[in-house]
Write a protein that binds this ligand. Structure first.
Ligand code: RIB
Ligand code: CA
Length: 311
């Protein structure tokens, strides 16, 4: 039976690749909607990219809802140095022929959850957690509709990527992240410790290029740009496929290892803003999340490639 899911994202190259795999899997996901949030690039660009990506995937049946244009407290930041000005790396997607819904993403998330059977909807955020947090603050009753939250965010042993001590999604809106981790909802957090294990190596990049469909070609163009940036910044051979890990986990959780953890977030300004304190050694009953510690990179990439190949 397919899982009802809302993808909340800031497309962004890796968000786009995650959406490709998700939208290619209608037997696994009943995608209730794609909501966008300011993150990698401005909200308007994220929304435009989400619309363009659903068109590329042949899934314009899936509505796109624009959400919060800035974090709850902090001013908006971006990651254009990684994703490029368009958020699509080196890829160009035709302008979408349809517009986003007039309904704000926060209101969409509230109404979807409010009307749902208890524990029936999965939230899959791959950007800053602003929309999710604002929905939970505005309408606490919606928590009953949530099956689980599987998010990309945080770092433990990997430190950080936007600063030495914080991962981008959490750093961008630390207050929202704290609201989510304090919500008491079932959360699986897939942070840099695990996502950095999934690199788009030259061989994997070639596999996308030669997939034989437009989606593979576009994914290769997107990630080609990020691979070059990763090489320049980190000297790494292959960018991390952060957000696709969320989709792969939802499709095949056995390809991941997790541990119960108590996760809290530094919201104060300064060196440790957005730092995730991930305590995997405390009493299991104190845990507020499952923290991903490992993935089977070969099998996860093969799964994502096969799904993108379906488009
Ligand atoms: O730190 C990686 C995360 O930040 C990914 O979700 C990427 O898209 C950016 O949003
Ligand atoms: Ca993202």
């Amino acid at each position: 039976m397919s899982r009802k899911v809302i993808f909340d994202c800031d497309p962004g190259v890796d968000d786009c690749i995650a959406l490709m795999a998700a939208l290619a899997s209608p037997d696994d996901f009943e995608v209730l909607g794609v909501s966008t949030v300011a993150g990698n690039v401005r909200l308007e660009v994220c929304t435009r990219n989400a619309l363009a990506l659903t068109a590329l995937a042949g899934r314009e049946d899936v509505a796109v809802y624009a959400g919060c244009p800035r974090p709850m407290v902090e001013p908006a930041i971006a990651a254009r140095h990684i994703h490029g000005e368009t958020g699509l790396g080196a890829a160009k997607l035709p302008d979408p022929e349809r517009a986003a819904s007039d309904i704000h993403a926060v209101d969409f998330i509230i109404e979807a959850l409010r009307g749902a059977p208890a524990g029936s909807i999965t939230l899959a955020p791959t950007g800053p957690l602003t929309n999710i947090a604002v929905a939970l603050v505005k309408a606490p009753d919606i928590a009953k509709g949530v099956r689980e939250i599987v998010l990309m965010g945080g770092a433990r042993s990997e430190g950080g990527n936007i600063t030495a001590s914080a991962e981008f999604n959490i750093y961008a809106d630390p207050h929202a992240a704290r609201v989510v981790f304090q919500s008491g909802l079932p959360i699986t957090a897939i942070g840099l410790d695990t996502t950095l294990q999934l690199r788009c190596t030259p061989a994997r990049h070639e596999a996308l290029k030669t997939l034989g469909n437009a989606a593979g070609e576009v994914a290769a163009q997107m990630i080609g740009h990020v691979n070059q940036v990763y090489g320049e910044i980190y000297g790494a051979e292959g960018a991390a496929l952060h957000d696709p890990c969320v989709v792969a986990y939802l499709l095949a959780p056995k390809l991941f290892e997790t541990a119960p953890a108590f996760i809290d977030v530094e919201t104060r300004a300064g060196l440790t803003r957005g730092h995730t304190s991930v305590d995997v050694y405390g009493p299991a009953e104190d845990a507020n999340a499952s923290w991903a510690t490992r993935l089977d990179a070969e099998k996860v990439f093969a799964l994502l490639l096969e799904r993108i190949g379906r488009l």
